[in-house]
Unconditional design. Structure first.
Length: 134
């Protein structure tokens, strides 16, 4: 939860077992963002690069917000030769039309690479790690 007029005023917490969260804040405008491994980092009511701010104050219901985090997707498989034997150390390439972006922290500007071919290597059955950008 970040106050929009004063971005240094940021609070964070871990949700309860039932997913509930609660911040004690004054009247104002805030942005709300959630993150968890296995889900995309997403803001309240986010669609593409836009999200909905939260206005708090007398007479405004901000106690029943629902922050939806979409799950990340995984592409996986197996590389084999012509007789079906596993091929070790193969380089896997994935093509994407979306820019690749990352942020060092919530307060920093995000950096983006343009849509590109991304070369990936399979590290474990559950994780793909970027190793180069042609």
């Amino acid at each position: 939860m970040t106050e929009t007029k004063n971005p240094q005023n940021t609070q964070s917490m871990v949700t309860a077992e039932d997913g509930r969260f609660q911040f004690q804040v004054g009247a104002g405008k805030y942005s709300l963002q959630g993150l968890k491994r296995g889900f995309l980092t997403f803001a309240y009511e986010q669609h593409e690069n836009f999200w909905t701010g939260i206005v708090t104050g007398a007479g405004l219901d901000t106690e029943n917000l629902i922050l939806r985090l979409p799950p990340t997707a995984m592409i996986g498989g197996k590389v084999t030769d012509e007789i079906g034997e596993p091929v070790r150390g193969a380089t896997i390439t994935i093509f994407s039309g979306e820019p690749l972006c990352w942020c060092k922290s919530r307060r920093d500007q995000c950096q983006c690479l343009p849509p590109t071919t991304r070369v990936l290597t399979k590290q474990t059955p559950w994780e793909l790690e970027r190793i180069s950008y042609p």
